[in-house]
Write a protein that binds this ligand. Structure first.
Ligand SMILES: *Cc1c(COP(=O)(O)O)cnc(C)c1O
Length: 343
């Protein structure tokens, strides 16, 4: 049977033999009692990486985001985010349903951040106004194709929000990719935000697990919020060990994923579906508005040749490189996609 090249997402990776060995050897305990040494070690390690006092391990990135948002915004108050942000497009209304939080969006600028545009939308607390309590940004920006938000603009946004007394959250599911692409130390990003969420199961290749990072006080409250959402696990060191292994052994390799995404983008740019200059990390968005094939046709044509791609809209498809795709897989993808796009 031919090998499937799965470019749908960087979540499809399987644990490597070395990661499985780390999982097998993990020291564990009941984390609900605070007795899992591997979870505690991972939390301390990630908090330090991002320059914060504490961190909390969660089953998913969505839960990490929702905990962070609830830490910053009370029911009936407002979170302001980009209109294409994961928290408003892919978390099935959790902020409203679980947190009682009102969300408002600024029109997405292709994932680019314009601090002045955000500043103009902040709504002060006042009579009959929903108070903006937090702003959320996404690093890297998923639906815009792994766009990296520049450190300078993030600093400007931090100044603006601090002056307004508004908190700042970073959905850092792929903050690792930004760190590798721009060479910005994780701590430089981390210290700009009141809360950060990170995923270990995206590019880093762990089977599951995310963290919320914040001050010690906030993480103490986060523990209760996690419990309320049913996210407290027991011998979760099994998963934390995979995360520790991923951080040690898979972080630097993200540079290879970025190079492969760039290769895909360059090879497909002749079909007018992607601008390679915009592909800086591991996501290649395909804009099929001017192509003969729509997204479903492209995906079906690819699948005939054991290549899987994501359909995100009628004329919007996406390729994502990751740990389980090598150079040969990328060359196969180029051949197959060129065949379908060139029809
Ligand atoms: C994947 C992702 C998340 C979290 O997703 P889960 O599937 O809940 O782990 C959050 N934000 C962004 C930008 C993501 O891509």
């Amino acid at each position: 049977m031919p090998v499937v090249v799965d470019l749908r997402s960087d979540t499809v990776t399987r644990p490597t033999p070395a990661m499985r060995a780390a999982i097998a050897e993990a020291e564990v305990g009941d984390d609900a009692y605070g007795e899992d040494p591997t979870v505690k070690a991972l939390e301390a390690e990630v908090a330090e990486l991002l320059g914060h006092e504490a961190a909390l391990f969660t089953p998913t990135g969505s839960m990490a985001n929702q905990i962070a948002i609830q830490l910053l915004v009370d029911p009936g108050e407002e979170l302001l985010v980009d209109s294409e942000a994961h928290v408003v497009t892919h978390e099935v209304g959790a902020a409203a349903v679980i947190g009682g939080i009102s969300t408002r969006t600024w029109p997405s600028q292709g994932g680019q951040l314009d601090a002045d545009l955000v500043a103009a939308q902040l709504r002060p607390d006042g009579y009959h106004a929903v108070a903006t309590r937090a702003v959320g940004v996404e690093q890297t920006h998923n639906r815009s194709g792994g766009v990296v938000l520049p450190l300078d603009e993030l600093r400007r946004l931090r100044d603006i929000t601090s002056q307004a007394g508004v908190a700042l959250h970073c959905d850092g599911a792929r903050i690792w990719h930004a760190h590798i692409a721009d060479g910005v130390p994780l701590i430089e990003y981390g210290r700009l935000f009141d809360t950060v969420s990170v995923c270990l199961s995206k590019g880093l290749g762990a089977p599951a697990g995310s963290l919320v990072i914040a001050s010690a006080d906030r993480i103490a409250r986060a523990r209760t919020l996690r419990k309320r959402m049913g996210g407290t696990m027991r011998q979760a060191g099994i998963l934390a060990a995979a995360g520790q292994h991923a951080l040690r052994h898979h972080l630097a390799g993200l540079a290879d994923d970025h190079a492969r995404a760039r290769r895909l983008a360059e090879a497909l740019s002749g079909f007018g579906v992607v601008d390679p200059a915009r592909v800086r990390t591991n996501i290649v968005p395909l804009d099929l508005t001017k192509s003969a094939a729509d997204a479903a046709t492209l995906a079906a044509g690819a699948a005939e040749h054991w290549l899987l791609v994501s359909v995100l809209g009628p004329r919007f498809a996406r390729l994502v490189t990751h740990h389980d795709v090598d150079d040969a897989g990328v060359e196969h993808a180029i051949t197959v996609l060129a065949g379908v796009l060139g029809r």
